[in-house]
Write a protein that binds this ligand. Structure first.
Ligand SMILES: Cc1ncc(C[n+]2csc(CCOP(=O)(O)OP(=O)(O)O)c2C)c(N)n1
Length: 353
C-alpha cells in the first residue's frame, strides 16, 4: 500500500525543484507570497508560545514545523470557500484572512475570537477531535445543493483518523460526491501516541480506498507540493469531481500544547535534526537563493514589518476586556440545560457573587 501512495514532492530538501511540470508555474510573486505567509505564521506562532509563558494568554497550541502544510493548502482556496480548522491551524486561518487580533482573543479565552472577518467562511477551531469533518461535508453539500462552485477544506491530524466522525465524513462525502478536501496533517503524534501505535495502515492516504475517493500523500514540508496538489483537488471538487483525502506528512517541532512536555515521550534530538534537514522555510529560502530571487535586506524588512503587525495585534487584544468566567457556560446551548445552570450558579457562589 505504501508504494501505491508515494510521498509526492516538487521541492526537495536541498531546495531543488524535482518535478519539471511545475517549473513554469513558479513565478516570483507566488514564491515570495508563500514565503511571506509562512514567515508570518512562524513569527505569530512563536509569539503565541511566548505570550502563554508570560501569562498573557491561556493555553496555546503551537504548529511550528507545519507551515508548508497549512499555508500551501490555504493559499489553494478561494474567497467564498469554507475552512474548518482544528485548534492547531491558525497558520491556515490567518492566511485565509482571519484577523490576528481575533485569533489572539480566542487564545485569551474570549468567545469573540471565534468570529472571522465579514465574508470569511472560517469556522471556530474544532477541539472535539474529527467533529469538523462532518461540518465541512455538510457545508460543501449545502453549496452543491445551491448549485454554487464553492468548496470546503477541513483540517485534521493523524489521531483524528481513529474517530468515527472521520469515517462518517469520508463516507458521506463519497456517497454524495461532495466538493470537500479532507486535509490531513500527519505530524507523527496524537499528543504522546506515535502514528505507528495509532494505526496499522502505513499511510493515511490509503484510507481513501475504502470510500473509493482519491487519496494523495505529500511531502507536507514542501510548500510547492502542498499548494499545487491541494489546488488541483479543490478545482476537481468545484467541477463536480468529488472529494479528495490529502495526507501531508509533516512534523511539529514543539509540544502538543503549552501544557504538554514532549520530552516525556520522544527524543528531543529528532526535532532538532528535522529543523536542520527538512524545515519548510529553510528549504524555500535555499530555492530562492539558487534562483537568484533571495534578497536578505528584503527578508529583514519583511521580518520587521511582520513583527510590528503582530505586536500591534497583541496590543489590540490586550486592550479588550478579559474573558468573563460565564463564557465557559454560555456559548454551547441557546438555552442552558439545568446541570450547566447549576454549575454556573455554584461557581458564582464560590466567587462570592
Ligand atoms: C473527541 C475527543 N477525544 C479526545 C480529545 C483529547 N485530545 C485533544 S488533542 C488529541 C490528539 C489529537 O491528535 P491529532 O488528531 O493527531 O492532531 P494534532 O493534535 O497532532 O494536530 C486528543 C486525543 C479531544 N479533544 N476530543
Amino acid at each position: 500500500m505504501e508504494n501505491q501512495f508515494p510521498k509526492k514532492q516538487i521541492l526537495n530538501e536541498d531546495g531543488v525543484v524535482v518535478d519539471d511540470v511545475y517549473k513554469s508555474m513558479l513565478d516570483e510573486s507566488l514564491v515570495k507570497t508563500l514565503y511571506t505567509k509562512m514567515l508570518r505564521a512562524r513569527l505569530f506562532d512563536r509569539k503565541g508560545v511566548n505570550l502563554q509563558r508570560q501569562g498573557r494568554i491561556g493555553t496555546y497550541v503551537p504548529f511550528e514545523g507545519q507551515e508548508a502544510a497549512q499555508i500551501g493548502s490555504s493559499m489553494a482556496m478561494e474567497e467564498g470557500d469554507w475552512m474548518f480548522p482544528t485548534y492547531r491551524d491558525h497558520g491556515a486561518t490567518l492566511t485565509f484572512g482571519h484577523s490576528l487580533k481575533n485569533v489572539l482573543l480566542y487564545w485569551k479565552g474570549r468567545q469573540e475570537g471565534c468570529i472571522p472577518p465579514e465574508g470569511k467562511k472560517i469556522f471556530p477551531p474544532a477541539v472535539p477531535i474529527a467533529s469538523q469533518l462532518l461540518h465541512a461535508a455538510g457545508a460543501a453539500w449545502a453549496e452543491k445543493m445551491k448549485g454554487t462552485d464553492r468548496a470546503s477544506i477541513v483540517y485534521f491530524g493523524d489521531g483524528a483518523t481513529s474517530e468515527g466522525d472521520f469515517h462518517e465524513g469520508l463516507n458521506f462525502a463519497s456517497v454524495f460526491n461532495i466538493p470537500v478536501v479532507f486535509f490531513n496533517q500527519n505530524n507523527g503524534y496524537a499528543i504522546s501516541i506515535p502514528v505507528e501505535k495509532q494505526m496499522k495502515s502505513k499511510t493515511i492516504a490509503q484510507k481513501a480506498v475504502g470510500y473509493d475517493i482519491e487519496g494523495i500523500r505529500l511531502d507536507g514540508n514542501d510548500v510547492f507540493a502542498v499548494y499545487f496538489h491541494t489546488k488541483a483537488a479543490v478545482e476537481k471538487a468545484r467541477s463536480g469531481g468529488g472529494p479528495t483525502l490529502i495526507e501531508a506528512v509533516t512534523w511539529r517541532y514543539g509540544a502538543h500544547t503549552t501544557a504538554d512536555d514532549p520530552s516525556k515521550y520522544r527524543d528531543q534530538d529528532e526535532s532538532m535534526i528535522r529543523r536542520e534537514t527538512t524545515d519548510p522555510l529553510a528549504r524555500l529560502e535555499k530555492y530562492m537563493q539558487q534562483e537568484g530571487i533571495w534578497d536578505s535586506s528584503w527578508q529583514k524588512q519583511l521580518e520587521q514589518d511582520i513583527t510590528l503587525e503582530i505586536e500591534a495585534s497583541v496590543h489590540e487584544m490586550e486592550n479588550e476586556q478579559p474573558p468573563h468566567v460565564n463564557d465557559m457556560f454560555d456559548h454551547v446551548f441557546a438555552e442552558n440545560p439545568w446541570p450547566i445552570e447549576d454549575q454556573k450558579e455554584a461557581y458564582a457562589l464560590v466567587r462570592g457573587e
